[in-house]
Write a protein that binds this ligand. Structure first.
Ligand code: NOJ
Length: 539
């Protein structure tokens, strides 16, 4: 019960992890070949990005058969092997559950398109034109309207993502039943749970333009729990972009029988201009970061659980984003690890983060692979944006940044494939790679390994109270954790410059330090750029 509160999750983006059959695309046998590596790192769970049958319009988030494996990734037997091999190493597999939408090539949609009387028609969301055009002005996340016209029936269907990702109609009970049966199929295979893609959308009310937190959202999640995973000892994490701290207990209070935890993005939007899109950049203010992360530490209540993460397959690499991926790559990568992993919540590591992988620069749109990136480029170019400004936004925020191949070695294509990779490897794989990291006891990898071990050994990390220190300091993020009379202080200088720390508490033991220092006082000491540490203090 609640084992996932003590766990660390490792996210694998299957397309980019390891190719085993030399087609340039990562696959399930490739993942199996690195399970020993993940065991060494110490993670408990793999969140496996979607590996189901899919035409690949949104790299697998457009599913055409929920109970079949995309041959690019392998076979069902490979997946069963992955579950078993991972289990031998005490690692569980969490499947990505994408049930806000399917592919337009899913048989339900192919049927639905046959006409208004088709029994599957109501599995999706169809509306008549209004004044000869779209039913309303809802927009797709991937640019353009969220409505696509279907010539044959003269109606529009809703797609909050690409037009090849029609939204399912959760009002339809028969459709919901089929989803629960499908989930049970996976649960019976012995998976460790589900990561639920944009789950806060399923209660949408398109006619009122309500996309998230619709009135029936929690009824659906409770029904899903009751009808599928509720009787299994699994973890469930809801991708909930819209969640506020007040929403967190609605999803994750165990008494409500919904999910294990939320995965929310409030801190991720802090370098965007308010009210604009993710492409409209503004510098990060560290005080805002402290406020937001602290809010999620202190305001969600005792009966609620949150995820901790800096990046995933939809966001840029954290060292490039808020650290320094040049001179202080190693220091800043370790800083982010220390700062996050000693907070309350379940930490997620996105593949490559544990070796300090960085963003990859795009200089021509032909290098892009991601549908959101490509659509944004054309959309903004068409609306008169300057090309250089478009690339500035893309290089900061494009999803391709984090999707380049995992860097295993210094050899061609980073040891990811011997063929042409589906997306080019970052040239810095010559130095930033797993082989180098494992040889260097001071590498980012060993900081992650140590933090994972610390979590296992210290209930304070999982259960302790959190208090922010120095709230107004412009670069130092410091906090205290306290549990059963024990106290730790965590300090991180989020800056290219030195800073002066002045805390009165007295350290009794240094737990971790990215500059390999030990600390016997914290009053009036100089911090190096990106210096981060944790100490036990007198309480
Ligand atoms: C969130 C996923 O993480 C993202 O990659 C995907 O494009 C959208 N949901 C749509 O499924």
């Amino acid at each position: 019960m609640n084992w996932w509160k003590n766990s660390v999750i490792y996210q694998i983006y299957p397309r980019s992890f390891q190719d085993s059959n030399n087609d340039g695309i990562g696959d399930i046998p490739g993942i199996i070949s690195h399970l020993d590596y993940l065991e060494k790192l110490g993670v408990d769970v793999i969140w496996l990005g979607p590996v189901y049958q899919s035409p690949g319009d949104d790299n697998g988030y457009d599913i055409s058969d929920y109970q079949a494996i995309n041959p690019e990734f392998g076979t069902m037997e490979d997946l069963d092997n992955l579950i078993n091999e991972a289990k031998k190493r005490n690692i569980g597999i969490v499947m990505d559950l994408v049930v806000n939408h399917t592919s337009d090539e899913h048989e339900w949609f192919l049927e639905a398109k046959k006409g208004k009387d088709n029994p599957y028609r109501d599995y999706y969301i169809w509306r008549d034109p209004v004044d000869g055009g779209v039913p309303n002005d809802m927009k797709s996340t991937f640019s353009g309207p969220a409505w696509e016209f279907d010539e044959a029936s003269g109606q529009y269907y809703l797609h909050l993502y690409s037009k090849k990702q029609p939204d399912l109609n959760w009002e339809n009970e028969e459709m919901r039943n089929k989803i629960y049966e499908m989930m049970t199929f996976w649960l019976e295979k012995g998976i460790a749970g589900f990561r639920m893609d944009v789950i806060d959308h399923i209660g949408k009310v398109p006619d009122e333009k309500i996309i998230t937190n619709g009135p029936k959202l929690h009824d659906y999640i409770q029904e899903m729990n009751h009808r599928s995973f509720g009787n299994y000892d699994v973890m469930t994490v809801g991708e909930t972009w819209s969640a506020t701290p007040a929403d967190a207990p609605l999803y994750s209070d165990p008494q409500r029988k919904e999910l294990s935890m939320v995965f929310q993005f409030e801190h991720i939007g802090l370098d965007e201009q308010p009210g604009k899109s993710k492409w409209d950049l503004k510098p990060l203010n560290i005080i805002d970061l402290k406020k937001t992360l602290t809010k999620w530490q202190t305001e969600i209540g005792e009966n609620s659980w949150n995820s901790l993460f800096w990046n995933n397959h939809d966001t840029p690499r954290i060292v490039s984003r808020w650290g320094n991926d040049n001179e202080y790559r190693v220091e800043s990568a370790k800083l982010f690890a220390i700062l996050l992993h000693l907070m309350k919540g379940t930490p997620y590591i996105y593949q490559g983060e544990e070796i300090g992988m960085t963003n990859r620069e795009l200089s021509d749109i032909s290098q892009a692979r991601d549908i959101e990136t490509i659509n944004m480029y054309h959309d903004r170019l068409g609306s008169g944006y300057d090309e250089a400004a478009i690339f500035e936004s893309l290089n900061a925020k494009s999803r391709d940044n984090a999707r380049t191949p995992m860097q295993w070695k210094d050899t061609k294509n980073a040891g990811f494939t011997t063929n042409e990779p589906w997306i080019p490897a970052n040239p810095n794989h010559e130095t930033v790679n797993v082989a180098n990291a494992l040889e260097d006891p001071n590498s980012v990898f060993f900081t992650y390994q140590k933090l994972i071990q610390l979590r296992k050994q210290n209930p304070l990390i999982v259960h302790g109270n959190y208090t922010l220190l120095l709230p107004d300091h412009e670069t130092i993020f410091a906090y205290e954790r306290e549990y059963e009379g024990e106290k730790w202080v965590v300090v991180a200088n989020l800056s290219d410059f030195e800073a002066r720390l002045d805390l009165k508490t007295t350290p009794t033991e240094t737990i971790i330090s990215n500059y390999n220092k030990t600390y016997d006082h914290l009053a009036g000491i100089k911090l190096e750029p990106y210096e981060a540490f944790a100490v036990k203090v007198l309480s």
